[in-house]
Design a protein around this ligand. Structure first.
Ligand SMILES: [Zn+2]
Ligand SMILES: [Zn+2]
Length: 175
């Protein structure tokens, strides 16, 4: 699968390299594109957050699946925040590291935990791009995360059921 990561603004290089290496193992291919600037027209000064959907639509679909990764805090229509967003069955997805950092919750920095959380959110949004919807299995990466607790509870992989849906679409994973 032709998968690319597009950093949006300044993004932790360790996390981007980790995502690239892991996603490459899972999907067979993953490259990192040159970063794009954070689109300031997506900024809401009252909320001090960026509108996720606006940034998502600014991602150029340069690959079959483009995953935007940003550090800025994202929100979407009717939601206080989002960890990420995707075009179900489309080409584009975005994740934010902002609320994945333990510091956000008053805990001490933990790069390994941050990487694992970022991988879960990346797999989740890529799953949506590949046509998967939310899964009832709380351990499945396609389970909806309402809070960081849900993210920490789930695995970074697709469950058997989600994997078989992908297989029927001809998407074979190395998991
Ligand atoms: Zn979702
Ligand atoms: Zn599942």
């Amino acid at each position: 699968m032709d998968l690319c990561i597009r950093p949006i603004g300044r993004v932790d290089g360790d996390v981007v390299s980790f995502l690239r290496d892991t996603l490459r193992k899972v999907f067979g291919c993953c490259k990192v594109l040159i970063p794009m600037e954070v689109p300031m027209d997506a900024y809401d000064p009252i909320r001090n957050q960026f509108e996720s959907t606006k940034i998502l639509f600014k991602l150029t679909p340069l690959c079959e699946v483009v995953l935007g990764v940003t550090e800025v805090d994202l929100y979407a229509d009717g939601l206080n925040f989002v960890f990420g967003e995707a075009e179900v069955g489309g080409n584009r997805a975005i994740i934010s590291l902002h609320r994945l950092r333990p510091e956000f919750y008053g805990e001490k920095p933990d790069i390994d935990l941050l990487k694992l959380r970022a991988l879960k959110e990346a797999m989740h949004e890529i799953g949506h791009v590949l046509g998967l919807l939310h899964c009832n299995d709380p351990k499945c990466v396609m389970h909806f995360s309402n809070s960081i607790i849900d993210t920490d509870l789930k695995d970074w992989k697709f469950c058997e059921r989600c994997r078989s849906i992908l297989k029927r679409k001809g998407i074979e994973l190395n998991l």
